[in-house]
Design a protein around this ligand. Sequence first.
Ligand SMILES: *Cc1c(COP(=O)(O)O)cnc(C)c1O
Length: 384
Amino acid sequence: MDGIRNMKARLFTPGPTPVPEDTLLELARPVTYHRAAEAKAILAEVSEDLKYVFQTAQPVFTLTSSGTGGMEAAVSNALAAGEKAILCTAGRWGERWRGVLKAFGANIVTVEVPYGKAVTPDMLEAALAAHPDTKVVFTTLSETSTGVGHDLEAFGKIVAKTPALLAVDGISGLGAMECKMDAWGLDLVVTGSQKALMMPPGLAFISASAKAWAKIDATPVRSFYFDLRRYRKSLAESDTPFTPGNTLIKAQRVSLKRIRAEGIENLWARHSRIAAACRAGVEALGLKVFAERPNSALTVIAVPASVDGTATLKALEKKYGYKLADGQDTLKGHIWRLSHMGYTDSFDVLGALSALELTLLDSGFKLEVGAGVAAFQKTYAAGK
Ligand SMILES: *Cc1c(COP(=O)(O)O)cnc(C)c1O
């Protein structure tokens, strides 16, 4: 077999993320028929557990696609051609919204901040005041390209006062950081299986508020596969309109049970404690956290000018088996992205930090050996 090496592969990319053993074993089981009673019972159970993760009383639909399919479902169902949308973007995933919006002929008003910054509630409020005919505001919970998290509780309050909807890309954020769809007034929430939900890629999930459903029902159908009305009708009978990735759904059931067993508040607290410890570790190495409003799904580290960012990541993987993610597009070589979402614990992150320390040391970067690890431990210990 190619590529065999005597080293553990350690995945720290912000999607895909590690998958627990019991979920992997479920994926290895024989394929079953997706219209059988058992399949419907499993979909019903998964849908209930997803409502818990989304913190909503609304149905959550399972789409067989990557997360972007969920984004396309939000745009194509909630927005008619030519209607106005405010896009609050802080990075590449906000730009993904822009791509989908363009494809569906939206009239886009952009509220944009430089990479590493977050769109503020004031900026959104001003844009809505200037564009009262806005139908939907699009934004990102965790901007996975920069590590920024948006204040969606504040965004929700602002948008709720207007006729507009708030559509949230929760891919990577949902299941890693606090997010309450109903309590915060989020109207369309999307996520994917391969970020914080401890699954391989392949499923997207979307839910719509009553306010969003009123708009969807008044908007012409613009998509066949992603027509949410079809999913609503099917899910009422614990079914899907098309052949679902039922093997993935069965495995997602197993990972969702872990979230239920831990409790969502405990899960949020665990992620924020690890994230705080990781940031302390990074800073103790003399490095900077890239995001001005960091979220707890991942830590994004600014690469010092004296260091070759891409070469360092390659060495880190080759020598120690740790796979972190490089920056995308213009950020390539300038940031390192270290995920701590999903099935990643404090000691996994401590290990990654320790390996990064050694790799930097090997490359001649000046640091005090163990400083990052010690700061991580201190902050982690103080966190409880
Ligand atoms: C990963 C990611 C996406 C893209 O999802 P795909 O599953 O690749 O389609 C979109 N938004 C955010 C915030 C992400 O982290």
